[in-house]
Design a binder for this molecule. Structure first.
Ligand code: FAS
Ligand code: PHB
Length: 389
């Protein structure tokens, strides 16, 4: 079999790239090791930057997002004794879209399948061959039979635990990592959101986040020790802890209910350089991870896809090689800014076990400066809605 671009991974990165390439008349095949149902069962991101919203529209898959998504012009930050708002619209002239990653992925799967796009599910043993030549190929097994796809380019969109990053020799790769000493316990509940906007709460007991998916589906998180498991927390214990960490008036109006999903995500910052090796390009979690505090994981995957899509389109349609040659440089320039913002928000809002009294005073001073300073709020707003591509 032959195609122009093999895309490894049928998560949001891989599916968005395949759909954009399709719109440009460029052939691709998506190889996904799980089933569609399994991919859609993972509850992850909830906030889309303007850039991601624009890519969904450019890919022609934005109808449901525009109909059902919530446009948010700001967010609330709460500490022990004060709550203040970051006004995205006033500081940046734009907003974010609240629309779950699950729905993004569903829309992309539906579009791909409606267009007869090639997605191979339940692939095993995906292996990348000869990425440093002008004739790379990928082999994989399905149903006990090995297959080979010859191609021009390979997009490694297979997430943190995929095979693409490891295809780049360890002697070439430079990896940067910070592991945080806590995780996020998240629940999904069929209850109305506690507020019209998100509430990021920092308390001496730890961080909490009140988010949502729609008017009847809420997403909540509390910072928890890395040693905890979801089973360690009853629903009642979760709600009691959340109420202790959010502002009193929010706690009083919080509508609780049974969790329909409960999971713990570890927090880490991670980047691998370079993001390309010959004709292999890494995108999304395959190349970088951020703590979810700044809602940058999915959105930074989207900017990688923007750069790679334009590079491939310029190559195939205009014969230009600059985007291909500079993909890693361009993607990483924005990746590191997202890493910084995610690290900054995580450091600002979480309780660190080894925090000294001085550290705590610095955290409180940073929050007070953000509360009182227009320039600081503008900087946060510009990062949160998404820096330009
Ligand atoms: P993904 O990991 O989503 O997709 C990779 C795909 O590749 C998967 O479907 C996988 O099955 C497939 N794959 C892997 N290896 C393969 C192989 N060898 N062959 C074929 N296919 C293979 N981001 C936020 O912004 N906010 C959040 O709240 C948030 N919460 C998160 C919670 C968790 C538990 C995790 C893990 C991540 C979270 N993220 C969050 C980040 C997340 O949204 C990612 O940034 C986003 O899924 C990135 O998309 P992809 O790069 O497509 O990677
Ligand atoms: C979510 O709704 O899952 C969400 C929102 C904002 C974040 C992280 C997660 O910063």
């Amino acid at each position: 079999m032959r195609t122009q671009v093999v895309i490894i991974g049928g998560g949001p990165s891989g599916l968005l790239l395949s759909q954009l390439l399709l719109k440009a008349g460029i052939e691709s095949v998506v190889l996904e090791r799980k089933t569609r149902a399994y991919v859609l069962s993972r509850i992850r991101a909830g906030i889309l930057e303007q850039g991601m919203v624009g890519l969904m529209r450019e890919a022609g898959v934005s109808a449901r997002m525009d109909a059902e998504g919530f446009v948010h012009d700001g967010t609330l930050l709460a500490t022990e004794n004060t709550t203040f708002r970051i006004d995205f619209a006033r500081h940046t002239g734009t907003s974010v879209m609240v629309y779950g990653q699950t729905e993004v992925t569903r829309d992309l799967y539906d579009a791909r399948e409606a267009a007869g796009g090639a997605i191979v599910y339940e692939t095993e043993g995906v292996t990348i061959h000869d990425p440093k030549t002008d004739a790379p190929y990928v082999t994989y097994v399905t149903g006990g039979t090995e297959h080979r796809i010859d191609c021009d380019y390979i997009a490694g969109c297979d997430g943190f635990h995929g095979v693409s990053r490891g295809t780049i020799p360890a002697s070439v790769r430079r990896e940067y990592e910070k592991v945080y000493p806590f995780g996020w316990l998240g629940i999904l509940s069929e209850t109305p959101p506690v507020d019209d906007e998100l509430i990021y709460a920092s308390s001496e007991r730890g961080f909490a986040l009140c988010s949502m998916r729609n008017a009847h589906l809420s997403r909540y998180y509390v910072q928890c020790p890395l040693t905890d498991t979801p089973e360690d927390w009853s629903d009642d214990a979760f709600w009691d802890e959340l109420k202790r960490r959010i502002p009193e008036e929010a706690a009083e109006r919080l509508v609780t209910g049974p969790s329909i999903e409960r999971s713990i995500a570890p927090l880490r910052s991670f980047v691998t350089e370079p993001m390309q090796w010959g004709r292999l390009f890494l995108c999304g979690d395959a190349a970088h991870i951020v703590p979810p505090t700044g809602a940058k994981g999915l959105n930074t995957a989207a900017s990688d896809i923007h750069y790679l899509y334009h590079a491939l389109r310029d190559h195939y349609l205009d014969g230009s090689e600059e985007g291909i040659a500079r993909y890693s440089e361009r993607a990483l320039a924005r990746v590191w800014k997202a890493e910084r913002f995610s690290w900054w928000m995580t450091t600002l809002l979480h309780h660190f076990p080894d925090q000294t009294p001085f550290d705590l005073k610095m955290q409180q001073a940073e929050l007070a400066f953000l509360r009182d300073n227009e320039a600081a709020q503008k900087a946060m707003a510009e990062n949160y809605v998404g820096l330009p591509y």
